[in-house]
Design a binder for this molecule. Structure first.
Ligand SMILES: NC(=O)c1ccc[n+]([C@@H]2O[C@H](COP(=O)([O-])OP(=O)(O)OC[C@H]3O[C@@H](n4cnc5c(N)ncnc54)[C@H](OP(=O)(O)O)[C@@H]3O)[C@@H](O)[C@H]2O)c1
Length: 230
C-alpha cells in the first residue's frame, strides 16, 4: 500500500521500535496516532497521542472510537518478562500471551472496520525470530510470538477479502530497552523500522529482517532436529 497520505495507528509508540515507526511514518507524510499506555510519554511532534493499553479491552475500544481513517495498524507493543514456561510465574506467562497474542488480536479486530473503509489497507505485526525458535530464558515470550505468528497468518487469510494486507516482521535482537540486559550484537531499530515500512509499501507479507531470522527461517524446513541439534 502507498504510505504517503495514509493514517496509521502504532501501538507502543512512545519508545523503542514503535517510536521509530511513528517518527518515520511522520517523515513519510503519514498521519500518526501514537498509541501508548501513558499518552503523555509520547514526545514526537506531529504525532497524535492516544491512550492505549493493548491488554485492556475498554482501552482498545476507546482508542478505536477516538480515531478515524486508519488504514495502517502497526501492532508493535510488546512485553518481555524473561519467564520460562516451566519455571516462570503463570502471571508472567499469561502477560506475554495477553500482550503479544490477545493484544494484537484485540487491536486488529477493533480497527478492522476502519481498515475496511479503504481500498488498500495493512496490518503489520511485529513478531520475532523467536516466533520460530525458542530458548529457556525466552520461552514464554517465544510461545506468545508463535501464537501471534499463527494469528498473523489467520488475519491475512480472513482480511484479504476486504483488501487488508497483513504482514509479519521477524527480527532478532534490536538495541532497545527490552533487551538492554543482553550483551550481544543488536540491530539498529531505526534500520529495522525503515526496512519494514519499505516492505509493507512493497506488499511483502513475511518480512525477514536480519541474518539470524533468515537462518532460522531456512532451518524450519529441516524440522525440529535441524532447529534444535543439541
Ligand atoms: N528488542 C528486541 O530485541 C526485539 C526483537 C524482536 C522483536 N521485538 C519486538 O519489537 C516490539 C517493540 O519492542 P521494543 O524492542 O521496542 O521494546 P521496548 O523498548 O521495551 O518497548 C516496548 C513498548 O511496548 C509498550 N507496551 C508494553 N506493553 C504494552 C501494553 N500492554 N499496551 C500498550 N503498550 C505496551 C511499551 O510501553 P510502556 O512504555 O508503557 O512500557 C513500549 O512502548 C515488541 O513487540 C517486541 O516483542 C523486540
Amino acid at each position: 500500500m502507498k504510505l504517503a497520505g495514509a493514517t496509521a495507528l502504532v501501538t507502543g509508540a512512545n519508545r523503542g521500535l514503535g517510536r521509530h515507526f511513528a517518527q518515520q511514518l511522520l517523515e513519510r507524510g503519514v498521519t500518526v496516532y501514537a498509541g501508548a499506555r501513558n499518552p503523555d510519554s509520547v514526545d514526537l511532534p506531529g504525532a497524535i497521542p492516544i491512550a492505549l493499553d493493548v491488554t485492556d479491552p475498554d482501552s482498545v475500544a476507546a482508542a478505536a472510537k477516538a480515531t478515524s481513517g486508519v488504514s495502517l495498524v502497526i501492532n508493535n507493543a510488546g512485553s518481555y518478562t524473561g519467564a520460562s514456561v516451566t519455571k516462570g510465574s503463570m502471571d508472567d506467562i499469561r502477560l506475554e500471551m495477553e500482550t503479544h497474542y490477545f493484544g494484537t488480536l484485540a487491536v486488529s479486530r477493533a480497527f478492522t472496520p476502519q481498515l475496511a473503509e479503504h481500498d488498500s489497507s495493512a496490518i503489520l505485526n511485529v513478531l520475532s525470530v523467536l516466533s520460530w525458535v525458542t530458548y529457556p530464558d525466552y520461552s514464554a515470550y517465544s510461545a506468545a510470538k508463535s501464537a501471534a505468528w499463527s494469528l498473523t497468518n489467520a488475519l491475512r487469510t480472513e482480511l484479504a477479502g476486504q483488501g487488508t494486507q497483513v504482514s509479519a516482521l521477524h527480527v532478532g535482537f534490536m538495541d532497545t530497552d527490552m533487551i538492554s540486559h543482553v550483551d550481544a550484537p543488536k540491530n539498529d531499530p531505526a534500520t529495522i523500522a525503515k526496512l519494514a515500512l519499505d516492505a509493507v509499501e512493497d506488499g511483502e507479507v513475511e518480512i525477514v529482517a536480519d541474518e539470524q531470522s533468515r537462518k532460522v527461517q531456512a532451518g524450519l524446513a529441516g524440522g525440529v532436529a535441524a532447529l534444535y541439534p543439541a
